[in-house]
Design a protein around this ligand. Structure first.
Ligand code: PLP
Length: 399
């Protein structure tokens, strides 16, 4: 008898499918703008110099004992300074419960599990669209999902009025998932003024904001600027939750290093919440991996390495901003009558181009350009070498 005969293959992940198809294409012209990982101007993966130096310092010098259940104390301390501000009173008052997490995904999942266990009657409001995995994470944690409007297809910008309506119409005390910066997949963020209005409305409604911050520093090149939304909510006296990831901003993708933090009313509450987060982690993975946490704490804990990191993260952000300009200029030079302003207005890793699934299919079939059918271009895959080719192909299929 077969135990597993009823198990059907799972649906293919749309993004991993794009990479597979790209790898199988023998064309020398092929371009991959599907995957959300940074590439240099030659299309190659990058290891930051600050990371190399941290690894040199680790090599042979540290043991491989387990970390505490909540992860590296030093890494957490540095992460909180990065998200809440170097001199944050909240840190000094020990009001933040925080644990090391398995990158941004693990931080979101741990929070979703915490929400299910301790606030079982709450739901999560998720923006439309969002990073597809958000839906999976809260689904598997058995937290009911609602959505709020976010993106305006015509303007390819923020649908601020609808977003505010949905915030106002949600029951008081609702949980909302917000992208702290560089919204994935749209690259559309609220302005500072709009964040202030959102924060104000959250106060009126007593909503709880959970910030997913997967791109701090990667959007503008300045981690403090990219944390602006969070700082506004803190100024307004909200309690918040926050998922941090070092995948993009330190290029530590496969190391799975991140941090989950929950701001509490006082130290006593924070101690209780932290102990419960650890209790949730214990039967899942016991304690988090050590190497990435060491790399992060060495970099952020050493003023010289930290300034090297700031320089390097700005370098990545600037290259992407430069490629946005190049792509737009090339399209305009080709005489495209369409507006491509949104390419440079949007921010972060992705450009939500507005192309239809049929247009994307033509890009792939006729030009060997690989991307998800929602029209999302990973700007990290654009280079000085392929920006012209890409613009020409986009022009051809949008004529
Ligand atoms: N959240 C958002 C919005 C993302 O775009 C990503 C990565 O694509 C993540 C979280 C999680 O990434 P990781 O788990 O690699 O940190």
């Amino acid at each position: 008898a077969s135990w597993f005969g009823h198990v059907e293959p799972a649906a293919k992940d749309p993004i991993l499918g794009v990479t597979e198809a790209f790898l199988a294409d023998p064309s020398p012209d092929k371009v991959n703008v599907g995957v959300g990982a940074y590439r240099d101007d030659n299309g190659k993966p990058v290891v930051l110099e600050c990371v190399r130096e941290a690894e040199r310092r680790i090599a042979g010098n540290l043991n491989m004992e387990y970390l505490p259940m909540g992860g590296s104390i030093k890494m957490i301390e540095e992460s909180l300074k990065l998200a809440y501000g170097e001199d944050s009173e909240l840190i000094k008052e020990k009001r933040i419960a925080a644990v090391q997490a398995l990158s941004g995904t693990g931080a979101c999942r741990l929070f979703a599990d915490f929400q299910k266990r301790f606030l079982p009657d709450t739901q999560i409001y998720i923006p439309i669209p969002t990073w597809a995995n958000h839906h999976n994470i809260w689904r598997d944690a058995c937290v009911p999902q609602r959505t709020f409007r976010y993106y305006h297809p015509e303007t390819r910008g923020l649908d601020f009025a609808s977003m505010m309506d949905d915030i106002k119409n949600a029951p008081n005390g609702s949980f909302f998932l917000l992208h702290a910066c560089a919204h994935n997949p749209t690259g559309v963020d609220p302005s500072e003024e709009q964040w202030r209005e959102i924060s104000y409305q959250f106060k009126v409604k007593n909503h709880f904001p959970f910030f997913d911050m997967a791109y701090q520093g990667f959007a503008s090149g300045d981690p403090n600027r990219d944390a602006k939304a969070i700082r506004i909510f803190l100024e307004d006296g909200h309690l918040i939750g926050c998922a941090q990831s070092y995948a993009k901003n330190m290029g530590l993708y496969g190391q799975r290093v991140g941090c989950l933090s929950i701001l509490c009313d006082d130290e006593l509450q924070a101690v209780a919440v932290k102990s419960q987060l650890q209790q949730l982690a214990r039967p899942m993975y016991s304690n988090p991996p050590v190497h990435g946490a060491l790399v992060v704490s060495i970099i952020l804990g050493d003023p010289e390495l930290k300034s090297l990191w700031l320089k390097e993260v700005k370098g990545m952000a600037d290259r992407i901003i430069g490629m946005r300009k190049a792509l737009r200029e090339n399209l305009e030079k080709l005489g495209s009558p369409l507006s491509w302003e949104h390419i440079t207005n949007q921010i972060g890793m992705f450009c939500y181009s507005g192309m239809t699934p049929e247009q994307v299919d033509r890009l792939t079939d006729e030009f060997h350009i690989y991307m998800t059918r929602n029209g999302r271009i990973s700007m990290a895959g654009v280079t000085t070498g392929n920006a012209g080719y890409l613009a020409n192909a986009i022009h051809e299929v949008t004529k």
